[in-house]
Design a binder for this molecule. Sequence first.
Ligand SMILES: [Fe+2]
Length: 332
Amino acid sequence: MTDTAAPATDPTVESTGPNEHGYRTFRLGGFTFHRDEHFAHVEWPTGRHVLSIEAFLKALMRDVAWNFFYGIVNFDAVIGTMNHYGNVDLFAGRYNDAYRKAELDHQENFPHEQIMATFKAILADWTNDGYDPFAAPQETGSPFGEKRGDNLAAITRTRVTASRMVGVPGDEPLRSDATGHPINRMFADVPQDEPTVEPAPGYEGEVAAFNLYAYLSRSDVTWNPSVVSVCRDSLYCPTTEEFILPIIHGNDRVEWFVQLSDEIHWKVEDRETGEPRANVVMKAGDVAAMPADIRHQGYSPKRAMLLVWENGSAELPDMIAQGKAPKTPVEF
Ligand SMILES: [Fe+2]
């Protein structure tokens, strides 16, 4: 086996040569990461953890692509990251009541650049040819087995982040067959017509509209919110979902969900302990506000369209921690 997946060498990434299965082992502070044919193994000074390599790569892909996202990205009930926007905690058992009580939990803080470089290197080395961690299970190959090649094109996709709105001249383009975004097999019935825009003279560059359903029907990834419109801190982040959200997201602010099509089941837990709080079944047209003190994981029986509405204000986590902003947007 040859080590073909190594990205440009970053001096902050600590790794050893390939193991008997062809994969490099990585160290980040007191944490080590190694993989075999089926599993990712994570070790830290007070414990160790094993999880499916498929689940690990899918979660790692989101953490990297989303820049550690808002709040907490739990890979599962044990390991994950918390974003402090400039530096990032890597933890094991920190948000797990049993680990906390047994004092087996562990966390370390790293500069954003260091943990990102290490995570990107793990993702590049451990993702095999033909496997796309962003794809639905029926639309990609297998992550398992001995190392075979890489899939750098799939793991280095640029996330859509409009500066104003998709379709505005100079901003993120619409999707089409020509841009490499065919209509997904489960959205074959979604109309592809675009709205007619008739701006008054002089406003041709200022008025735009597009068919969001058609745009989403051509998404080639799952569980990957794209920023399609921006109004100051108000971000529309729609996404298409199929199978299971690969992370358990711990909110650090309220998130609004608008179910645009089909159905998603959400398991909602306490953010700190993992204690179950609610099961939410959202059907087309349903709207939910996920509180700032929960974590949640979605299950989508068939490909579904979900609009995630985020308030991107950098001040919100502190305001909520200090009680200056509410954990829920509505009091009943
Ligand atoms: Fe969330």
